[in-house]
Design a protein around this ligand. Sequence first.
Ligand code: PLP
Ligand code: COI
Length: 339
Amino acid sequence: MENFDWKNLHFGYMKTACNIRSYYRDGKWSKPEVSDSEYFNIHIAATGLHYGQQAFEGLKAYTGRDGKIRLFRWQENAARLRLSAGGIKMAEVPEELFRESVFTAILENRQFVPPYGTGATLYIRPLLFGSGAEVGVKPASEYVFIVFVTPVGPYFREGIKPVNMMICRDVDRAAPLGTGTFKVGGNYAASLRALLAANEGGYSSAIFLDAKEKKYIDECGPANFYGIKGDKYITPKSHSILNSITNMSLIDIAASMGMKTERRPIPVGELSTFSEAGACGTAAVITPIARIVDPEKNMVYEYCSDGKPGPVTMNLYNRLVAIQNGDAPDDFGWITIVE
Ligand code: PLP
Ligand code: COI
């Protein structure tokens, strides 16, 4: 990968050397196998194809200045995959199988881990789905767990530049007692109409409101929302959003900076009281929000009047990224050195 242009990578798929696969049959997981194929042979009646028995994760590996490869809070991703599996009645992936598969995927694709200082990272995508054949609606008895990796740049093309977002009132991503807290493909399929409508209007992403009352902020596309008010970091509490590991980390970082933190329902009207707003997630990292438009209510909420991220957002971003890259001490115990 010498001379590879890491700095201009987008968030997309790139072929790497191999991926890792395990099979759940007769109540047991097989040992992970390395495959150099990007394809998978699947039964036409697999429940993952028909009934949405499918969940995934997203985490990143970072190269430090010391050349070591670091993983950020992988145990949380392993736990969330178990939660998602339980939520749609799939076989759970044990933590040790998750660890071994993720570590092997990174080590077998070392040459694809972007170097320090390029702004790019290795995105790791664990995927679990029902592979057993069923025609009646029921959980499969066989499952497949695959981990692939791909080097990526920033999710929102703008990187740390502020983006505009649109509140979408005519599409719900997840029902109040549905699958919003699980990382299952169906939620993303449900979000596509809103995402495309937002993109067509020139916005980077759609903001979803709570499905029941349409009163509170839920999420920003594939990321959690936060707002800054005075010395407070405020982020939504909702039964239909994904519990972001990045957001959990920012809450701890904000507290360590002496800020107060609140996780509670955020009424849409409160958007006008924030000095800064942002979207956070593994792919999005921290993406500052410049403007939120609510077309149906004819409202516009402006942040970053000078086109730059606000000071609190920059501070949070710098601290988070410094921990992930190994430039700051790992005081929270979030980093695992892979090699
Ligand atoms: N919300 C949704 C819907 C997501 O897809 C993601 C991405 O994983 C997040 C939030 C952020 O979660 P995390 O910080 O764990 O990546
Ligand atoms: C992530 O941040 O890892 C995500 O899963 C977002 C993804 C859906 C692009």
